[in-house]
Ligand binder design. Structure first.
Ligand code: AHR
Length: 494
């Protein structure tokens, strides 16, 4: 007989705030992520506001996107900001060597990016170029964006249409310095960071949070080197992608995968938890006053490219599996809210685990979009401890993982919110919800599930993965929640 599953929320033990930037996004000059997907130019027949698609921006606003990271990624270390200002028809065309070798016409530059974040009501995260740039280039970019009084660079900004300085909330020095950002060693990068940041000046009230580019996966060496006496490190970034097979050669298909790959994909969030734990332990040792943030500024699924697509464009289908993967990442990030104050899913539109997929003037909202939407009440919520008692084991062949995952928080709206995932692809689960020792009266919210593991939303077809209303009432002193197989449920508790 299966033991009774109980989810117990400790509402009287408030933890750290779940920073809204945990729900941040990443938009790189890659494939059709920016060009076509979001930017169509002011002359386009596709309805737009100063070049940005109205439909895409509208859908992203509904997600309450808190922050956008730009212009890369690997692209950032080959991006020269001066090529992206001034009249668009005079901007140089370069080859985007990282992503498909296609022409990059620099139509989206600093002014266009800030227009996008301002339209979204989001914060700006600008990633500087350390790889092929210099301290001078980054310093001048910051002066161009933030200088207020007399300055030739500020005058240039004014001439290009922007009188008021841009608000730069976050600024990173390079990206993946261990790889595409220059194949450096952590100690060498740490020295570069010290040197470069000595010259990055802004008015004090427009000082970005400065981000040092950290490691990936299980690495802790970058966090170690960057948190030990390197001045001016406000946060260290870290990257980790989920590959169903765990191998870059043959990552696994986005659709039509076996159940074992469903499980291996979702189980990967346990590894993400481990990565954060290890790095936070290093930070706790080197930075006991907890001044340095740990930002997971690239995460998400990475599958074999869509057959027939340019492999450099990182096009992949987005299915129910991605929705569960996103929700389980949120749970992990909430658990580490004390240090993890920003994360950015890769990427916002048309690339990797996207929110939106566009085709000409049409768009489709992916299962990942709906997962983000379901969890909006957790933005800036106060985290609450939650325990899953008698968590059933989910097993396929030799692989296994805990079947259920849960999170809880007191929202800004004053409500108690609970997020639940049933990872089991074939078995529903029944659990009793308790708040301390009390039984709540009822829960109300939404469920995301579908018939197939790889159910997706496709253009021109009825969407298969959309949230549906969900509720449950207490009966006989018990509040039982029935989670369908392969589902995400987010509810407010009464
Ligand atoms: O998101 C795609 C790429 O993945 C980014 O450009 C890079 O930082 C990472 O390797």
């Amino acid at each position: 007989l299966a033991a009774d599953i109980k989810v117990v929320v400790s509402a009287d033990q408030p933890g750290p705030v779940i920073h809204r930037n945990i729900y941040g996004q990443f938009a790189e000059h890659l494939g059709t992520g920016i060009y076509e997907g979001m930017w169509v130019g002011p002359e386009s027949k596709i309805p737009n506001v100063r070049g940005w698609r109205k439909d895409v921006v509208g859908a992203l606003k509904d997600l309450k996107v808190p922050l956008v990271r730009w212009p890369g990624g690997c692209f950032a270390d080959e991006y020269h900001w001066r090529e992206g200002i001034g009249p668009r028809n005079k901007r140089p065309v370069k080859v985007n060597y990282n992503w498909g070798g296609v022409p990059e016409n620099n139509a989206v530059g600093t002014h266009e990016f800030f227009d996008l974040v301002e339209q979204l009501g989001a914060e700006a995260y600008v990633n500087g170029n350390l790889g092929t740039g210099s301290a001078q280039e980054m310093a001048e970019w910051l002066e161009y964006m933030t200088a207020e009084g007399k300055s030739t660079l500020a005058d240039m900004r004014r001439k290009n249409g922007r009188d008021k300085p841009f608000r730069v909330h976050y600024f990173a020095v390079g990206n993946e310095a261990w790889g595409c950002g220059g194949n450096m060693r952590p100690e060498y990068y740490a020295d570069q960071y010290r040197q470069v940041t000595s010259f990055l000046r802004t008015p004090a009230h427009n000082r970005p949070i400065m981000i040092a580019s950290g490691g990936h996966g299980q690495m802790t060496s970058w966090t170690e080197a960057l948190s030990k006496g390197v001045p001016g490190v406000n946060a260290i970034s870290h990257h980790e992608y989920t590959l169903p097979t765990g191998k870059w050669e043959g990552k696994g298909a986005a659709v039509g995968f076996p159940e074992a790959e469903w499980l291996s994909t979702l189980a990967h969030t346990q590894r993400v938890d481990e990565m954060i734990r290890k790095n936070v332990a290093v930070l706790d040792k080197n930075d006991p006053s907890k001044k340095i943030g740990f930002y997971f500024d690239e995460w998400g699924s990475w599958y074999d490219p869509e057959p027939g697509s340019n492999p450099g464009f990182l096009v992949q289908r987005n299915t129910l599996r991605d929705a569960l993967l996103a929700a389980m990442h949120f749970h992990v990030f909430h658990n580490h809210a004390e240090r993890v104050k920003m994360t950015n899913i890769a990427q916002m539109v048309n690339v990797l685990q996207a929110m939106i997929i566009t085709s000409k003037d049409k768009l489709v909202l992916t299962p990942t979009y709906h997962a983000f939407k379901l969890y909006t009440p957790f933005q800036d919520a106060t985290s609450l401890p939650v325990k899953v008692e008698n968590n059933p084991v989910y097993k396929v062949d030799k692989l296994e993982m805990p079947g259920l995952s849960a999170t809880a928080g007191r929202g800004k709206d004053g409500k108690l919110w609970v997020g639940l995932v049933n990872a089991n692809a074939t078995q529903a689960a029944e659990l009793d919800l308790q708040v301390g020792t009390a039984t709540p009266k009822s829960v109300k919210g939404q469920v995301l599930t579908a018939g197939a593991m790889d159910a997706q939303n496709e253009l021109g077809k009825a969407p298969q993965v959309v949230p549906v209303a969900f509720e449950a009432q207490a009966v006989g002193g018990k509040l039982t929640i029935k989670l369908p197989a392969k589902s995400v449920v987010v509810v407010a508790v009464d």
